[in-house]
Design a protein around this ligand. Sequence first.
Ligand SMILES: [Zn+2]
Length: 316
Amino acid sequence: MITRPAVVVEGLVAVGTRSAGVRSDLCVRPIDRATEHGLDDTARIEVAAERLRHAERLLIMTGAGMSVDSGVPAYRAPGTTGWQNYGFLEAIGLKAEDLACPKAFEDDPATAWGFLEWKRRLMAANEPHAGYAALHALGRIARESFVQTANVDGYHLRAGWPAERLHEIHGSFWRLQCSGPCARRSWEDMRVPLSELDPKTMRLAEWPRCSECGRTARPHAILFADLDYVGNLPAEEARRRFHASGPDVAIIVGESGVIPTHTHDAATLRRSHGTFVIDLNPDPEARPARMADVHITLGAKEGLCRLLESVERLTR
Ligand SMILES: [Zn+2]
């Protein structure tokens, strides 16, 4: 059994009621919510929905699991071929890390860009799933809200979330920067396709360049072994300001905890501002699930649609 840090026992009694709030300061003892209280996801959704519908400042944090339901396959998806499972890379003795790194864009831009082009085409061919609209609707219920995402697919923007309330903490594959870099600037490039992608070698015929110095452009995203990412200062500052304002509710979606930013931020806010943390993630062993006030063991699309339905039902 997992020993959890704290649990809102009183809050659980309030499930399904409109008047009783769920207070994170009423934590009493470490228990396993699922086994000792027999709470299923429906009950956990009710607890989370009660919090979300009263949220004043909602912090939304999304990770890789948010994208999976959009049909973008996992890198090593069984039964797929070529770059979908990186069989191509293995056949020529390369790993993803060998191509998604600054050195590759300098040494072999045709292959590095071929890999990036393949990813961009895949992202463009798929759509943000219904969970994005549900999550953004939850964000609009709160008086203020902010999205921080670890994903580079640009799906929050594509689903209509405003750029001024978003920090893509790892950057985006739809923005580019100089590989030098000759300046701390980035620019949007949404073109698909960029040029011909050779299906045998997976090399791209032409790729974008920096308009200032002519060097190869590279994604404005944090790559492997990357010291050249120029960052996004306005978005970083907007995120910092929102954290400092003391979000009363935070929701983490599709985050395994392998990259610790969201979990660290949520734990810090919980400690400093008493932020109530909701985690939506199928894996109850994941780090965000273990530190959250309420954990829902569903995938992003189903979980977010059910959360929004529950908030709307409670609000009627
Ligand atoms: Zn340049």
